[in-house]
Design a protein around this ligand. Sequence first.
Ligand code: GLY
Length: 558
Amino acid sequence: MKRVPALFALVFLIATGCAFADAGKPGRAAIASAHKLATDAGFEVLAEGGNAFDAAAAVAAALSVLEPQSSGIGGGGLFLLRRASDGKETMVDARETAPNAVDAKDYVDANGEANRDHSTNGPLSAAIPGEAAGIVWIAQKYGKLPLSKSLAPAIRLARDGFKPDSRFLGELAGRKDVIKRFPASTSLYLVDGEAPKEGWVFKTPDLARVLETIAAQGNDGFYKGEVARTLVDGVRAQGGRWTLDDLAGYQVKERVPLTVDYRGWHIVTAPPPSSGGVALAEILNILGGYDLSKYDRVHQIHLTVEAMRRAYRDRAAYLGDPDFVKMPIAELTSPLYAAGLRASIHPDKATPSDLLPGYMDTQQGTHTSHFSIIDKDGNLASGTQTVNLIFGSGFVVPGTGFVLNDEMDDFALVAGKPNAFGLVGNDNNAPGPRRRPLSSMSPSFVVGNDRIGVIGTPGGSRIITMVLEGILAFVGGEQPEKIVANPRYHHQYLPDVISAEKGAFTPDEIAALEAMGHKVSESERRWGFMNAVSWNSKTGEMHAASDPRGVSGSGEVR
Ligand code: GLY
């Protein structure tokens, strides 16, 4: 009995893999990222003979320079890759790890509550970065060009500078008070102690030097030698617990992506240490039992919300770092489990969340960055990278030119107490030496008979539901330009409310959902910064689109 689903999955993989492999080549490339100059960096290395993986390294490194509020070599990322020549799919896990000397007591105050200052600001909040190792790994293992070529655009941007957009400047102003605590952060990001104004040229010669060292020495340029010593000395001088061994011991992990079959489509997505893939699989498996096109829009929303509610409950209960905790992934992602959850959904009535076991709460985040790439040969890269909250920890080690992450806050620092996104967890996601904190980052591929989509977004705990809505829209025939712009809604179990961007629902839809027992809370704020690309192998059509919510995003086909 146990073998049957695995056998079906294998047959399906082979079937889609063959269709995909036989589909020819796009002949052109599509790149969408959160900054036009990062998208250009990707095309620059493609023009030099690079493939999607060289382009991924170039875009990731360029975003690290252009968007320090969102991601950078002081942070980490999850990079989903598909190599066209042999169909190999992998997730390069460059998530940060807790330092060896991590002490959970650092993050708990005298009342037993989470010490949010320690987990979100300054050196104690910073985990050992994985981004640089991820970039090096992708370029050296999957790319065709030397690292010096993939990193050249980022080095140039750091050295020559660029004019930050209004989003960068606004977010910098919002984080100013924490940045002011640290002299190197102040001199890098502030002008006369204040957030700079539009027109300011942001140069980071120190970061250019670090990137040059990585370009010359690979991993050792960041994780050993002078850069490593500078980082460790700087962190320890401010009370952090990093050691040279932490940096020298950092390892990228390649993970087998999580896959789910949804009504004839094959979704490839992020396994733990992301919670995204498991939650997406649960939701899609539940929804796969309905033909949503046969339901009116209110019932489509109702069923989707009920599926979200159930998947987010499981997130808190089960997930953590796969190298340290045993998780019932096969069970959670099995269609049989989904069938049980589906049976608990009333067709016309909301299930109050407190009738389901577990707990959760939410806030939103505007950190993190996503890029999507298809190259002319059909190689795919979907990368989501982050420093966690805006400008990460706010802490720059003197002489380095980049901000460190505050990813320690993604651990369940006090079991059952919410983090910055209101997400809770238990011991499975407790901080421990060399552990990776649970993430929501969900870089994904959507593979059909003729159409392939590459998709992802930042957005904290809402990443998963945004990616879900993007996948459903793609499966429903929409193109990236519309998908990235669609208004969004979200439910994550507790608080028991559907949060929605203004315009996601009509007044009549809100009234109908409320009559079913849902609470709806509309927000003026807009969420996410989705970047998606697609290729139709039958028509040759390619699309690349960047979320209009972003200021400098760019999606292009060349
Ligand atoms: N730091 C946000 C996430 O990884 O989900």
